[in-house]
Design a protein around this ligand. Sequence first.
Ligand code: FES
Ligand code: FES
Length: 179
Amino acid sequence: MKQHVVLKVNGEDYEIDIEPNKLLLHTLREEVELTGTKEGCSIGVCGACSVIVDGRLVSSCLTLAIACQGKEITTIEGLAKDGKLHPVQQAFLEYGGFQCGICTPGQIIAAKALLDQNPNPSEEEVKEWMSGNLCRCTGYYKILESVMAVVHNKISADFQLKREHKTAKIQSLNVYKPH
Ligand code: FES
Ligand code: FES
């Protein structure tokens, strides 16, 4: 039988009726309609479904949604504020920390969780922490570089301008032609 629950996701309350065994991952995607959190392995191995619950990094594919009542849930959609990307999001864009992008929300959430606890981790500590987030495109060096760019404050203040410049450059190459 469904239960009425209130989940606080990215600072907003969502009142929903769900089966008691519904996973947080599926609840976020299907009931709350935030699809940034991805499903990969479904068994707690790949990190694609990572979210932050009360400051702790968790695999939402292993977590029951009803167990998260009264807790603060943060998903990838909750990181940007007032139209400004979170520094980790910006770093991934600037330093090419993604390829197909499927693992990216989980990677960014994992990196944020680490930096919230330890703003100045070593490269080894980042590697160790991020080892629970797999990337099938194997872009691990760029992911590490992106996180270390945040640690060393190497993300640019004029990022918007750079991005526009890159977009203009790509368009001028006539490579990408949207239909
Ligand atoms: S989908 Fe949850 S860890 Fe892979
Ligand atoms: S960017 Fe494709 S799986 Fe990581």
